[in-house]
Design a protein around this ligand. Structure first.
Ligand SMILES: Nc1ncnc2c1ncn2[C@@H]1O[C@H](COP(=O)(O)OP(=O)(O)O)[C@@H](O)[C@H]1O
Ligand SMILES: [Mg+2]
Length: 275
């Protein structure tokens, strides 16, 4: 990854939106289309968070994760991924179970790698998944946005004790301020599979569920072969969930075989996801 000067030559800058002091834009840089995040405020906490996001993202190297091409303390430049988010795709309607499980396997492939690196994402949701070409297929999945992540390698846990995350996708322990447990990501992937299959998240009153006020789970969507893994991934207690992203990935592979879905092939030098 390149060190970036404070004023890189960005062409055709096209602002896409600003959120919490970070401006997102599409641009041309070194003859390619890029996605640029720029810190626009001077707040010390926001600066620490921004630099943390850059450091974590830059430490990752995986075909289904978007890592920065270049970074400075106030700017991150990523390859531009055309095709929109999984949220954009779900707005057209739920996915057939074969595609939903394929997308989820892609996310679990990336998340297994993350966990091996000692990183937990803590903000897995359809807005943070890109689909190259808009295709809901395994090799088209790209995980983004390490703004809430936790890394064992970085001494500073800037998020500890704060309730950051998206209520519908946040695990109950994450709501209570626990950071760094990979099983919180397993929970979020369970919510994501539910959302892909049904078009809505599993708990209508997510805050009430997170606070322990009720256990009203909507009826499980999709084929019955997926219900046991959905139910366990969505357990309130981390110990009742699949032990790891890898374990959940193998359960999804087995369910897909029972359902007679097409095996997902390799891509270039990368092995197929199901053993
Ligand atoms: N590399 C990329 N290529 C194209 N679009 C992207 C890229 N990264 C992010 N986006 C789009 O920008 C949005 C915001 O980016 P994200 O990194 O999630 O920032 P935030 O912290 O504001 O959520 C994403 O939901 C997605 O729509
Ligand atoms: Mg995001």
């Amino acid at each position: 990854m390149q060190e970036l000067s404070d004023n890189p030559a960005l062409g055709a800058l096209e602002p896409l939106g600003e959120h919490a002091g970070v401006l997102c834009a599409a641009a041309e840089w070194q003859s390619r289309r890029v996605f640029v995040k720029t810190l626009t405020i001077d707040d010390p906490d926001a600066t620490l968070r921004f630099q943390h996001e850059g450091r974590v993202a830059a430490s990752l190297d995986h075909p289904l994760i978007v890592s920065p091409l270049a970074a400075s303390d106030r700017r991150l430049i990523f390859p531009f991924v055309a095709g929109g988010t999984l949220r954009d795709r779900l707005e057209l309607g739920p996915l057939p179970a074969e595609q939903a499980t394929e997308v989820v396997l892609g996310i679990l492939h990336a998340v297994t790698y993350l966990h091996e690196q000692g990183v937990t994402h803590h903000d897995i949701k359809p807005e943070n998944i890109l689909l190259t070409g808009g295709e809901p297929r395994f090799w088209n999945v790209r995980l983004i946005d390490f703004g809430m992540s936790h890394s064992r390698a970085l001494p500073l846990d800037i998020h500890s004790g704060t309730r950051m995350g998206t209520p519908h996708f946040m695990a109950p322990e994450q709501f209570r301020g626990v950071r760094g447990d990979p099983r919180s990501d397993v929970y979020s992937v369970g919510v994501l599979l539910f959302d892909c299959l049904s078009g809505h998240p599993p708990f209508e009153d997510a805050l009430g569920w997170l606070a322990g006020l009720h256990d009203r789970l909507a009826p499980l969507p999709g084929p019955a072969d997926l219900h046991p893994l959905l139910q366990s991934a969505l357990s309130r207690a981390p110990a009742e969930r699949p032990v790891s992203a890898e374990a959940l990935r193998l359960e999804v592979c087995q369910a897909r075989r029972r359902l007679g879905y097409t095996e997902i092939g390799p891509s270039g030098e990368h092995a197929p996801p199901c053993p």
